[in-house]
Design a protein around this ligand. Structure first.
Ligand code: SAJ
Length: 420
């Protein structure tokens, strides 16, 4: 029974992870019902279009909707497997995880669950979230048995299988990355492996349980955050010592067991700047390094702003008859990382907004991946590389087109080492 193929699955949450995953199953000729609370998202997908930018996704969604393998709806329907891919933000000053979207998804699918169904939590979650989800489902469906009470004999199988794909490479990484599968019982894991094997060519590695899978995902992103914090701290130390951090990291990385990541304007996106807090909030006394890494990375935009202020100040002291009104500042890049159009949780956008709020002169912004500026940038103008005319140049994101540009004349604040 465990290796019977799935004919109909449902993906709850059609965002950056849910939609590509739904499209991938549908491309393997499985009927997929996508569920989302946003009517516009549902309508867009049912037209065969996409509401997010991810290479290859638009073509695949178009094809699977046209061939009737993927359909979106706002109301859950019966299926053999349910994958929950909803956001897990944090809340409050203590950065505590906010599980309300998981709870809402669980309560939404509970009425349509049938014996033999598999429920997978894909959202990056704090340790214990899968068990909490199982408890919400059991509360809503006392007529069904769940693994927390019935073990291997349960009507419903439950597992945590965290997504681990990199924005910009989602469609390839979904297929090729290994998956960590944390079932609540061995039978739950086995059923989940059968599901993912539909399209995953990487290994499906079975963890001891959902808690191990939850913690593994948080650990992966914390590992990266700590490494980036190390690079960001080195960049601040090198600035103090008047040294070139890019040369330093290049030289150190020639050691066979050293691999330092790159400093930048701070850490953005919806994962690496969030997930480490889930570890900190479950073990606040013990997670000292992980917390400090978060603080180091979160402090970087403020440090960059100070550098911009100093560059404007240096220019004004060289030209005593100028005021800040005569100084044009150019900002290179707003996205949260290179070569994407995603501006959400972007430290570059945060820095640009803070400059816009306090600088009296013109602001030029070069962001080749967007066609209009987001709000909060005052009277800033979106210009091309060729159009920039500025006295202060602030390099924040190393987009491909910037890397081949020659260093401009004027005061330079380059936090990506593009013109170094
Ligand atoms: N960054 C640096 N220096 C670096 C690398 C990254 O400053 O050397 C910055 C980026 O500019 C960006 C942030 O870190 O602001 C995060 O970017 P990223 O490319 O490291 O990661 P994400 O957030 O796009 O995706 C991560 C991935 N996790 C790991 O690589 C361990 C991805 O595999 C996860 O699936 C994703 O988080 C997620 O959804 O959790």
């Amino acid at each position: 029974m465990h290796d019977q193929p799935f004919k109909r699955i449902s993906v709850i949450g059609l965002g950056y992870i849910g939609l590509p995953t739904a499209a991938m199953f549908a491309s393997r000729k499985i009927k997929v019902v996508g569920v989302d609370v946003n009517e516009k998202t549902v309508d867009t997908i049912n037209r065969g279009a996409v509401h997010i930018v991810e290479p290859e996704l638009d073509l695949i969604v178009h094809a699977v909707v046209k061939d009737d393998y993927l359909r979106a709806t706002m109301t859950p329907e019966p299926a053999e497997a349910f994958l929950i891919a909803v956001p897990t933000p944090f809340k409050g000053e203590k950065h505590e995880p906010d599980l309300r979207f998981i709870e809402a998804a669980a309560r939404a699918i509970a009425p349509v669950l049938e014996p033999g169904n598999l429920v997978i939590l894909e959202s990056t979650s704090p340790v214990g979230a899968t068990e909490a989800m199982a408890a919400w489902l059991a509360e809503a469906r006392p007529d069904l048995s769940f693994p927390q009470d019935a073990g291997e004999a349960s009507d419903i199988r439950i597992a945590h299988c965290p997504e681990r794909v990199l924005p910009g490479k989602v469609m390839q990484e979904l297929i090729h990355n290994d998956r960590v599968i944390g079932g609540m019982t061995p039978a739950c894991s086995e059923r989940a492996v059968t599901l993912y094997k539909t399209f995953v060519t990487g290994e499906c590695v079975v963890a001891s349980g959902p808690r191990a899978a939850e913690m593994a995902k948080l650990t992966e992103n914390s590992f990266r955050d700590v490494n980036i914090a190390f690079a960001n701290e080195l960049s601040v130390i090198c600035d103090e010592l008047d040294m070139d951090v890019w040369e330093l990291i290049r030289l150190s990385n020639r050691h066979p067991r050293v691999n330092i990541l790159q400093p930048g304007p701070g850490v953005g996106g919806h994962c690496i700047a969030v997930d480490p807090w889930f570890i900190v909030s479950s073990a606040p006394e013990q997670a000292r390094l992980i917390r400090t890494a978060r603080e180091v990375n979160d402090a970087k935009p403020g440090w960059v702003l100070e550098k911009v202020r100093a560059a404007i100040g240096a220019l004004l002291s060289k030209n005593p008859d100028w005021t800040a009104r005569e100084v044009t500042v150019a900002i290179y890049g707003l996205a949260f990382k290179p070569d994407i159009d995603d501006l959400r949780e972007s430290p570059a956008l945060d820095i640009a907004r803070r400059i816009a709020a306090e600088h009296a002169g013109p602001l030029h912004i070069i962001e080749p991946n967007v066609s209009a500026l987001p709000e909060g940038l005052g009277a800033a103008t979106l210009v091309t590389l060729e159009e920039v005319r500025a006295e202060v140049h602030v390099m924040l994101v190393d987009h491909k087109s910037f890397k081949i540009s020659s260093p401009p004349v004027g005061q330079i604040v380059d936090v990506r080492g593009v013109w170094a």
